[in-house]
Design a protein around this ligand. Structure first.
Ligand SMILES: [Zn+2]
Length: 248
């Protein structure tokens, strides 16, 4: 092999790697030059963040019944959960087999993660913390269940082991004890429903959003532990642009 062939071979390997996996993501954050107001211009793939008309989060107000049915939860207890600090939030990856049924359609649970305060508002008010339970249907549509928490007197015992194990810097750890995500849900599973988007780049739309209306409790110390790692973890609310919000 002569020199020019060798160079050609190396170049094609490098360009092959660069295009693999559709990568080319851009660094983004929640403040400053790479904050939410700039997401749409950081990368062509993030255009919906500024041009989209069904973006999340939103302020939930004026909701009414729209023929919704109860969410069917089919969540299993998980062993050895992986807890990831991805630089934006704490994300807990859930093993396959847990799912919800939203008006007749199955969405499989992939992971849950947190924002403080909550991203969606209800009647103009943030909750102190939210868990976003992210699901995916067979056709690729995403479905999110949002569980809100406000500060109360007691520590949230279900979240305690996750908080104790969460990495303070980018990286991952594993939860030693079994984790039952059902215990994170309020007893009353009434919810608000609307169509929206991912709240992080690329802000993809057609996400089925379901915000449980009954809020759980966490301690101020638990909020502080999270916000010490992530002082900023929310996107501001986005215009509804005529979207209806259902309530069940
Ligand atoms: Zn989220």
């Amino acid at each position: 092999m002569n020199k020019s062939w060798l160079i050609l071979a190396i170049v094609s390997v490098i360009s092959g790697c660069a295009s693999m996996g559709g990568g080319q993501e851009s660094r983004w954050s929640y403040i400053g030059d790479t904050g939410p107001a700039h997401w749409g211009t950081l990368n062509d793939k993030y255009a919906l963040c500024s041009d989209g008309k069904s973006q999340s989060p939103v302020n939930i107000a004026g909701a009414h019944g729209m023929g919704l049915t109860a969410i069917e939860f089919s969540y299993a207890t998980a062993q050895n959960l992986e807890i990831v600090n991805n630089g934006h939030t704490i994300q807990v990856n859930y093993p396959a087999g847990s799912y919800v049924v939203l008006t007749g359609k199955r969405f499989d649970l992939l992971q849950f993660h947190f924002h403080s305060p909550s991203e969606n508002k209800i009647e103009g008010e943030h909750a102190d913390l939210v868990a976003h339970l992210v699901h995916k249907a067979a056709d690729g549509q995403l479905g999110v269940i949002a569980v809100l928490f406000v500060v109360g007197a007691e520590e949230n015992a279900i979240l305690s082991p996750v908080w104790a194990a969460m990495p303070l810097t980018k990286g991952s750890s594993n939860l030693a004890q079994a984790f039952d995500i059902n215990a994170l849900l309020p007893e009353d599973k009434g919810y608000y429903n609307f169509s929206g988007s991912l709240t992080t780049p690329p802000c993809s739309e057609n996400v089925n959003w379901n915000v449980l209306s009954t809020r759980g409790e966490v301690s101020q110390a638990q909020i502080n532990a999270f916000t010490q790692i992530f002082p900023n973890s929310i996107r501001p609310v986005q215009p509804l642009n005529g979207r209806m919000i259902g309530a069940f």
